[in-house]
Design a protein around this ligand. Structure first.
Ligand SMILES: Cc1ncc(COP(=O)(O)O)c(C=O)c1O
Length: 353
């Protein structure tokens, strides 16, 4: 096998425009946070119809800052899904709050609003749903619960750049919408993230926290406007995006819709080709929603398929097709078992209690 025979899972589609933009950025003398980041924020905000956009270093950073900016910390609980990447739960933990899991609807793989409601306590401050694989979570129900119990709503839109639900775009329902531009995502900057906020104040706080807690527009301190003093007003983080990353993002974003059409075509081709196999395929998208087609997830029942999940992964790899597991559920990881006593079987306890 030569390396080029192997189909890399989620390999990014990088084209000439972004390569040229990266070169121009390198030659400009300004590779850190600057004008290209500002342009990417503006254009991403326009794409989502939400003008308060802050580019950051990852979706994990975006969620950490959003939980903090929502005023959530020690002693508070945030309800989220067990069917997600560890980053969703870690962001809650990093903010000092306690994650609480509400199980999914096995058909949609998205958090089940009835289970969310059942897990609300006097300490609950927010709901953090994931639009799993790019399929919109049940936002009518989640918005309703958030409004009834006066909870913040923070959306993990790592898979959901193109996702829409009942005519509205993912990331614009909640107080904060958090996006990922990691290498495998539908728009990539290598590593990167974005927060959509609903107010200028929230946006300013996110931007400040993302750059050490330095006062407004501190990134301009070395610009051609001349050196400006800045003041550190909070102990923030180093979560800013670089112009080098935004150089990729600007052009990736311009192709997001044409890429989406291709994703849809491939998704349908998979559906047709796999229809007769002993597998559970992704549920059809709900009416009046738009799926981002980020991950095509199949379920393998070892008895029906005559092969276990992990044997299947090995077979696919042996046949030069890159694969991934999305995901081991959060309670399957040792750290959460130790920290919170979670177990994959906990759902049964939760139902009974
Ligand atoms: C559901 C989900 N949330 C959050 C993240 C974290 O994104 P990032 O790598 O940009 O921090 C990912 C990344 O794969 C993800 O799949």
């Amino acid at each position: 096998m030569t390396p080029s025979d192997f189909i890399v899972f989620g390999a990014p589609k990088i084209e000439r425009d972004e390569i040229d933009e990266v070169v121009r950025c390198l030659e400009s003398g300004w590779i850190g946070t600057g004008p290209r980041v500002a342009r990417f924020e503006k254009e991403f905000g326009l794409y989502k119809g939400q003008r308060f956009a802050a580019a950051v270093s990852s979706c994990t950073a975006a969620m950490h800052l959003s939980v903090l900016a929502a005023g959530i910390g020690a002693g508070d609980e945030v309800i989220t899904t067990p069917m997600t990447f560890c980053a969703t739960v870690n962001a809650i933990v990093h903010a000092g709050a306690t994650p609480v899991l509400a199980d999914i609807d096995p058909l949609t793989m998205n958090i089940d609003p009835a289970r969310v409601e059942a897990r609300i306590t006097s300490k609950t401050k927010a709901i953090l749903p994931v639009h799993f694989a790019g399929r919109a979570a049940d936002m009518d129900a989640l918005e309703g619960i958030a409004a009834r119990y006066e909870l913040k709503l923070i959306e993990d839109c790592a898979h959901a750049i193109e996702t829409e639900y009942h005519g509205r775009k993912a990331g614009t329902f909640g107080d904060f919408g958090c996006f990922s531009f990691y290498a495998t995502k539908n728009v990539t900057t290598g590593e990167g993230g974005m927060v959509l906020a609903t107010s200028e104040e929230d946006l300013a706080r996110i931007k400040m926290l993302a750059l050490h807690g330095m006062s407004k527009d501190a990134w301009k301190r070395f610009s051609d406007e001349g050196y400006k003093h800045y003041f550190v007003v909070e102990t923030g983080f180093k979560y800013n995006m670089m112009d080098l990353q935004a150089a990729l993002g600007i052009h990736q974003l311009q192709r997001v819709e044409s890429n989406w059409l291709r994703r849809e075509e491939i998704w349908r081709q998979y559906n047709r080709t796999f229809a007769g196999l002993p597998l559970t395929l992704p549920a059809a998208p709900e009416p009046n929603t738009r799926h981002a087609y980020h991950l095509y997830t199949i379920l393998i029942d070892a008895e029906r398929a005559g092969i276990s999940r992990d044997e299947f992964l090995d077979e696919m790899t042996a046949n030069d097709v890159g694969v991934g597991v999305h995901y081991l559920s959060v309670p399957e990881h040792p750290v959460y078992q130790e920290k919170f006593g979670w177990q994959p079987e906990s759902r049964r306890t939760e139902i009974r209690s």
